[in-house]
Design a protein. Structure first.
Length: 109
């Protein structure tokens, strides 16, 4: 299934599947905020550290299965497979965009 996503989201998911940290970080605003597993990461340095840790730990691949614009946020559901209990699992991503950059990302079940 092909899902139409804004370019920053397409770039993020494609890089995530290649485990390419530099390209995964590129679509994020310098002051972006990520919330994942009850933790918050603010700014490129913190987000890069989170990406490096989770990529090394889980080695996930992500296949978006649905997406829609909800007000100012893109909500994406995706099948995520990797080195974690319960894999594969459906996760929900909520993205906020500003000036063609990812300003916020929240990941949940």
């Amino acid at each position: 299934m092909t899902i139409d996503l804004p370019r920053p989201l397409e770039d993020y998911f494609a890089a995530k599947n290649r485990h390419d940290i530099d390209t995964m970080l590129a679509p994020f605003a310098v002051d972006a905020i990520v919330r994942d597993e009850s933790r918050t990461y603010t700014g490129h340095a913190a987000i890069r550290a989170w990406m490096e840790e989770t990529t090394r730990k889980y080695r996930v691949t992500v296949e978006p299965t649905g997406a829609h614009l909800d007000g100012q946020n893109w909500k994406v559901s995706a099948l995520v497979a990797g080195d974690f209990p319960g894999s594969p699992a459906t996760l929900r991503y909520r993205f906020s965009l500003a000036h063609e950059r990812i300003a916020g990302l929240e990941i949940g079940a």
